[in-house]
Design a protein around this ligand. Structure first.
Ligand SMILES: [Fe+2]
Ligand SMILES: [Fe+2]
Length: 278
């Protein structure tokens, strides 16, 4: 089984982030994948998100397509009343219409390989060591004039730790639901499951904002289940492929294309799509 991963397309951030989509679709087609995974952060706006999912749909790819939303996708900015939970439901419906399996709703089993997924969130367990910020300072999500924009647009109506722990529990439930039917499990999250996958620079405000990268509990769920062999995620905008004990941790982001990639968009799309075979 050949699996391809991409994340953080951010198609509404720069014109290049939108222009790269057809190149990415061609790269997915050329890779002859069995399963294609998008690990979140397609776009802030639903119209843009729908358009991008639909572009993959209209391409007539024959592979299974899986989607987990990212924090930007669940930003509730359409109206004052909409919540992030409601936005998750809307995104799941869009996925169904565009031939994507919404992994946050239920796991998928294909040829005895299980795929489990959650957005994940942060509970400040990946906060940098050596500083003395309080829980309240992290909850405020701003430092030295910089603001983590989930503060304004993520509307979960509960504290960050409660959100993170709910998603961790849902991931655990998905794993338990399929563990007797599969020979291995691939976990997909948007947020980062392992501290080892983050770079702390010893500088502020950079280090402060690492607190919003993910949670230790996500990684713990992966490591405590021997069937989990891969953890696929996004959010960091850094390419990562490393072994963390029993789990291969992979992040394959497009990221913000403020500058045109030196290799050109086509080559950048091909390089960014990470493929592996089981
Ligand atoms: Fe992102
Ligand atoms: Fe993100």
């Amino acid at each position: 089984m050949k699996i391809g991963l991409i994340s953080d397309l951010h198609t509404d951030v720069t014109p290049r982030n939108k222009e790269i989509v057809p190149h990415l679709i061609n790269a997915v087609r050329a890779a002859e994948l069995d399963v294609f995974v998008i690990a979140g952060d397609l776009a802030w706006h639903l119209t843009e998100l729908a358009e991008t999912l639909n572009a993959f749909h209209l391409a007539g790819l024959t592979c299974e397509k899986l989607f987990v939303p990212g924090n930007h996708d669940i930003w509730a900015m359409e109206t004052a009343a909409v919540t992030s939970r409601q936005k998750c439901r809307i995104i799941s419906n869009l996925c169904q219409e565009c031939g994507f399996h919404p992994l946050i709703d239920e796991p998928l089993v294909k040829k005895k390989v299980g795929f489990c997924g959650t957005i994940g969130w942060y509970d400040y367990t990946l906060a940098p060591k050596g500083y003395h910020f309080s829980e309240a300072q992290y909850a405020d999500k701003q430092l030295m004039g910089a603001v983590w924009r989930d503060k304004r647009y993520a509307k979960w109506m509960e504290p960050d730790a409660a959100v993170a722990h709910r998603f961790e529990a849902e991931l655990g439930e998905q794993i338990n639901a399929i563990r007797d039917k599969v020979s291995r499990i691939i976990v997909v999250t948007h947020h980062v499951p392992f501290r080892e996958c983050l770079h702390y620079h010893g500088k502020l405000p950079w280090d402060f904002f690492r607190a919003f990268m993910g949670s230790k509990g996500l990684g713990a769920r992966c490591l405590s289940e021997p069937l989990v062999t891969h953890a696929l995620f996004g959010h960091t905008h850094r390419h990562i492929d490393r072994q963390i004990h029993s789990v291969r941790a992979i992040c394959a982001p497009i990221g913000y294309l403020h500058e045109k990639p030196a290799a050109g968009l086509k080559a950048y799309a091909e390089q960014s799509l990470v493929c592996f075979s089981l």
